[in-house]
Design a binder for this molecule. Sequence first.
Ligand code: FMN
Length: 321
Amino acid sequence: LISTALTRQFQLTHPIVLAPMGAISGGKLAAAVCNAGGLGLLGGGYGDADWVRRELAEVKAGTRRPWGIGFITWSLTAPVLEVALADTPHAVMLSFGDPRPHAPRIKASGARLICQVQDLEGARIARDCGADFIVAQGTEAGGHGASRATLPLVPAVVDLVAPIPVIAAGGIADGRGLAAALMLGAAGALLGTRFYATHEALGSPNAKRAIAAANGGQTLRTRVFDVVRKFPWPEVNTGRAIRNTFTDRWHGREGALGAALETESAKYWEANAKGDVGTSVVWAGEAIDLIREVEPAAEIVTRIGTDAARLLRAGARLLET
Ligand SMILES: Cc1cc2nc3c(=O)[nH]c(=O)nc-3n(C[C@H](O)[C@H](O)[C@H](O)COP(=O)(O)O)c2cc1C
């Protein structure tokens, strides 16, 4: 099996982290990933205190292994962070926005601080505020992100922040991706989209089926879902989702969408409530080519971990003459 700074820190069997997908990575999914030997992070998202309380209880009831929680930094408030810290997570992940206001409190709690970054400037800030692990997230990722690609970004961040361990994210969904991430110098991989298509993930069955059915070329980075939901995301952060009739109509016409918000927002939320993925968003990354069925999370952790170990061993054969 694979041993890295990540597996040693959290006593993991496999160097695999469940991404804290807002409203998707609930306590059941996080606990399943932990129990299979990965690190499960609850998706604290925009910091709904009731959601956070409920799912914290669920993960604590579901596993005795180390677990954590992630938040969207620009939306995180001190009171919601305190709700999470009261349950003594082993790790807190911050992503999208300046981690410096919250970093000292997280570090003082004894939790490991994980910062997800999309570029070298973000990596420098994460390093300087004391991050214990830095997730280098490439543009292939599902959900929000930016423009740098995983393959060149990960080793550049590794070089910049050494000796802080780096975790690769964006476009990794099987053992080949994990093995490649380790070769780039990462201590493990953080996966979102692959774990969305699991029985334990929250979210509609329609969304999970859409992920299993679509290919990476059917995804795009867009702001239209944030415009229609009126979420104040920073301009640099687009979200990768599966194309649908909503993106066909509005992507590239964000101004017109903004002008039609009154009616479009109501229609959007109605579709969302019905699980209509023709209109409402399914965040998903380019690696959906590699996802063909909805599976139990534990099987995914075990398969990706053991496949990566086998591939690393087999890789030595490339050197035989
Ligand atoms: C459905 C979904 C929701 C996400 N929500 C969040 C979130 O709330 N906070 C966050 O830091 N990252 C979020 N992400 C991004 C993940 O942290 C991670 O970078 C990404 O999933 C990795 O790429 P992959 O999807 O190709 O595995 C989300 C991703 C997906 C697919």
